[in-house]
Design a protein around this ligand. Structure first.
Ligand SMILES: Nc1nc2c(ncn2[C@@H]2O[C@H](COP(=O)(O)OP(=O)(O)OP(=O)(O)O)[C@@H](O)[C@H]2O)c(=O)[nH]1
Ligand SMILES: [Mg+2]
Length: 424
């Protein structure tokens, strides 16, 4: 069984804690604070691995956790940064948020994608000495790494998908036009997982073709293997519908085309609108007296271009490839799924936006679980990100809470490892 859909959980590393420490040396009576910062938690990235065609990597392991940052220590010792974690996926993997089903990222042709950001290390007390606070006996805890539950769905990347009933010669065709070596045999469901091949017409012209397991009646409802694999033709720009024109198995090619098309339509009516070229295979088995007029009329009526081929004898294959290439050139590029998911929505879904505000010697400290989530996504060196942070503080009542505690302009606000002067 092809492994092409899996739910996993991912957690980036937590930031290490800042340290509380004071310089203690002989002959130095009042050494200042020298507690170092915690290290940053490791990030988690997805990376395309061209060598993989399935999600088998995730078959037995479903939880992935990056390393935490180390704690800071005295003498300004900075905690060690947690190592990043790289999760390999085959090209064409669509990452979705498990809860909402929204697309986070389509890993079809991109560099590494940061899925969970490691938490920042907490500041050691060396940062907190001010003229009015010379002996800071506190440091900041590291910020938690991001956590996500995601679903990985493989949707292969191919220009052309070979569809058709079992045993009609889809794999045979792929094996004669590309270097792919799918298994070919004279029984139904020889192909159990999609295979992909690069088809080169000449040096400049090439396309990618995918051979999927045979579809049968009821495939869209789960019969046979088909429905599992319909997902893999969703991105194809063009279908080559392979039929056994010889009727060797006592079948009628017209009926066969109808059956497969009905399954496409049941899966998604859009699939039926996609252009199809009919490859009437096994032409070598036809005798000269054979009448194909009904078949030709049917194809004409439905606007299907047809090529009579023999994969076995390599007959007319070139003509088929030229036609495929010509049609592809007229079609839009392969679909890439747009991201629908905004990590900022996550904030809204959190069950609570409560905060506790304390006035500790004139410094207003604010704490709250959700703030850690928010801060994990803020780049404090970036003005826009910072403005977003301020808006969220206002939206979720942090500013009001500070005011009700009696804060005045110019007072210091401390939110985990971030401090600023209050201005309302
Ligand atoms: N005579 C003849 N036999 C062919 C031709 N193409 C394929 N075959 C035979 O038909 C049988 C099925 O071929 P496959 O390529 O495995 O068919 P498939 O459509 O991939 O089948 P599934 O993977 O089971 O869906 C094999 O025995 C092939 O040798 C052809 O052009 N002529
Ligand atoms: Mg096959």
């Amino acid at each position: 069984m092809l492994f092409d859909n899996v739910k996993i959980t991912i957690k980036a590393g937590d930031g290490g804690n800042g340290s509380v420490s004071f310089r203690r040396e002989k002959y130095i009576s009042h050494g200042g604070p020298d507690g170092g910062d915690g290290g940053k938690g490791g990030n988690v990235y997805f990376r395309i691995d061209q060598g993989q065609n399935t999600l088998t990597y995730y078959k037995y392991k479903r939880k992935f956790v990056a390393q935490n940052g180390g704690d800071g220590a005295g003498s300004k010792f900075h905690g060690k940064n947690g190592e990043d974690l790289i999760l390999p996926v085959p090209s064409g993997t669509v990452i979705k948020d498990t809860k909402t089903g929204l697309v986070i990222k389509d890993m079809s042709s991109c560099g590494d994608f940061l899925i969970c950001k490691g938490g920042k290390g907490g500041w050691g007390n060396k940062h907190f000495a001010t003229p009015t606070r010379q002996i800071p006996r506190f440091a900041k805890a590291g910020i938690e790494g991001e956590y996500k539950e995601v679903t990985l769905e493989l949707k292969l990347i191919a220009d052309v998908g070979f569809i058709g009933l079992p045993n009609v010669g889809k794999s045979s065709l792929l094996s004669v036009i590309s270097a792919a070596k799918p298994k070919v045999a004279d029984y139904h469901f020889t192909t159990l997982e999609p295979s992909i091949g690069v088809v080169e017409l000449d040096r400049e012209r090439a396309f990618i073709a995918a051979d999927i397991p045979g579809l049968i009646e009821g495939a869209s409802l789960g019969a046979g293997l088909g429905h599992e694999f319909l997902r893999h033709i969703e991105r194809c720009r063009l279908f080559v519908h392979v039929v056994d024109i010889s009727g060797r198995e006592g079948r009628d090619p017209i009926e066969d085309i109808k059956i497969v098309n009905r399954e496409l339509e049941l899966r998604d009516p859009e699939l039926l609108k996609r252009p199809q070229i009919i490859a009437a295979n096994k032409a070598d088995l036809l005798d000269n007296a054979c009448d194909l007029s009904a078949f030709n009329d049917f194809c004409k009526e439905h606007g299907y271009e047809t090529v009579l081929i023999s994969a076995l004898q390599n007959r007319n294959i070139r003509a088929l490839l030229e036609l495929i290439y010509k049609r592809l050139a007229e079609l839009p590029p392969i679909k890439v799924y747009e991201a629908e998911y905004d990590s900022r929505d996550e904030l809204e879904q959190l069950p609570s936006h409560d905060v506790t505000v304390k006035n500790v010697n004139g410094v207003f400290t604010v704490e709250g679980e959700w703030l850690l989530r928010l801060m994990a996504n803020i780049n404090f060196d970036d003005r826009e990100s910072l403005m977003y942070f301020q808006r969220m503080l206002r939206r979720y009542g942090v500013i009001d809470a500070l005011v009700s505690k009696g804060i005045k302009d110019g007072d210091t606000v401390s939110i985990y490892d971030f401090e600023f002067d209050f201005v309302n």
